[in-house]
Design a binder for this molecule. Structure first.
Ligand code: SF4
Length: 90
């Protein structure tokens, strides 16, 4: 038995696989390993977003569970707060 999660509530229509009336696009390579990937009829879809490729179009998917936020932009340290923390010994 596979422990792959399936896309609950999805149906196959002429347009493709639909979930709640929205046509779903399959995941892309970068989605592999993400916890939100769901399988349906031999294909894999995202449980959170119907068009995964667009989610990755401008960088990293913000829903991805398998990618750590790279240090840099997102985790920028405020030098003033950091020095206060250091002064308090934390
Ligand atoms: S959450 Fe993002 S990375 Fe994960 S499957 Fe969906 S589109 Fe892909």
């Amino acid at each position: 038995m596979s422990d792959e999660k399936t896309l609950v509530g999805a149906v196959k229509t002429e347009q493709g696989v639909e979930l709640k009336g929205i046509v779903m696009q399959p995941i892309i390579d970068k989605c592999e390993g993400c916890d939100r990937v769901r399988s349906f009829e031999e294909e894999k879809f995202c449980s959170s977003y119907p068009v995964p490729a667009r989610k990755w179009a401008d960088g990293r998917c913000n829903f991805a569970t398998h990618i750590k936020v790279e240090s840099g932009k997102a985790a920028k340290v405020n030098p003033l707060k950091a020095s206060k923390r250091a002064a308090k010994g934390r």
